[in-house]
Design a protein around this ligand. Structure first.
Ligand SMILES: Nc1nc2c(c(=O)[nH]1)N[C@H]1C(S)=C(S)[C@@H](COP(=O)(O)O)O[C@H]1N2
Ligand SMILES: [Mo]
Length: 253
């Protein structure tokens, strides 16, 4: 059986399971195929599992929509909900010369990369994609940076790693993605936007853009990437900060 038809079959099984025996049965089937998201408890849990499992089977390799240059938003909206904090201000005062992106966890060679390292020692990629907030607004911009998979290969990502957890310098925002998104070519360690450096309002000097998911997965001011096989060890074990406030860990669009 080809991988595609197998995927379709598993999807059909999960969806049929949801119809016949309810969401719990769907969750059980999803579990058999390793498609359980970390926020699978509580009343929304089975629904989250169904969404994640079916999306993953259908769209693992698909790309986020990209736009022509003419559609770049003239007045993009920078949502600055969480204060950046003192550590950010200290680094900003030095023009971010001391900014580091640490790469650790399940890697053979932990890294501590400066902005200059990222800009000159890795392949550069750009994309024109949309940031879509869960609150309904969105904007389109060009994002320029290093695909995350290059950074992970340089660090010697271990085959057993299943997720990448990433942190903002504000010590509030942290998120994670599975390897489907971590290794996807559009997932970008971003240092440029439109025609220049990534402005502070939009996450500069460094932001992880995850264009296949809602805006909150695109954490601004990133300082650390941790590869892991177990999200239960992080925070409340729900995969990221957002599910602690009732949002889905998997926020595919
Ligand atoms: N560090 C940090 N990253 C963040 C946020 C934040 O408050 N702090 N907000 C998130 C949310 S909810 C959204 S929708 C997007 C907004 O992106 P923008 O500021 O470029 O508009 O950033 C995400 N990344
Ligand atoms: Mo958001």
């Amino acid at each position: 059986m080809s991988p595609l038809s197998r995927r379709k079959l598993i999807t059909a099984g999960i969806v049929a399971g949801a119809g016949i025996a309810g969401l719990d049965e769907a969750a059980r089937l999803a579990g058999r195929y390793g498609l359980i998201p970390p926020d699978n408890g509580g009343i929304y849990g089975p629904g989250e599992t169904l969404t994640y499992a079916t999306q993953r089977l259908l769209t693992l390799h698909s790309g986020a929509r990209t736009f022509p240059r003419s559609m770049i938003s003239k007045t993009p909206f920078a949502n600055e909900a969480i204060p950046r904090g003192k550590a950010f201000e200290r680094s900003q005062a030095q023009g971010f010369a001391d900014w580091r992106l640490d790469v650790n966890g399940m890697v053979d060679r932990p890294l501590s990369l400066s902005l200059a390292d990222l800009r000159s020692n890795f392949p550069v990629s750009s994309q024109i994609t949309e940031v879509a907030c869960e609150e309904g607004w969105s904007y389109i911009a060009e994002w320029i940076g290093t695909p995350l998979h290059h950074v992970l290969s340089a660090a010697g990502l271990q085959p057993k790693a299943r997720y990448v957890v990433y942190y903002s310098i504000d010590h509030v925002m942290w998120e994670s993605v599975d390897m489907g998104d971590a290794l996807h070519p559009q997932t970008l360690v971003t240092w440029g936007m439109n025609d220049g450096d990534l402005p502070v309002g939009f996450g500069g000097p460094l932001r992880l853009r995850v264009p296949r998911q809602l805006g909150y997965k695109s954490v601004k001011y990133i300082i650390r990437l941790t590869a892991t096989d177990d999200l239960k060890k992080f925070g409340k074990g729900l995969g990221s900060i957002d599910p602690e406030y009732g949002y889905a860990w998997y926020a595919g669009i």
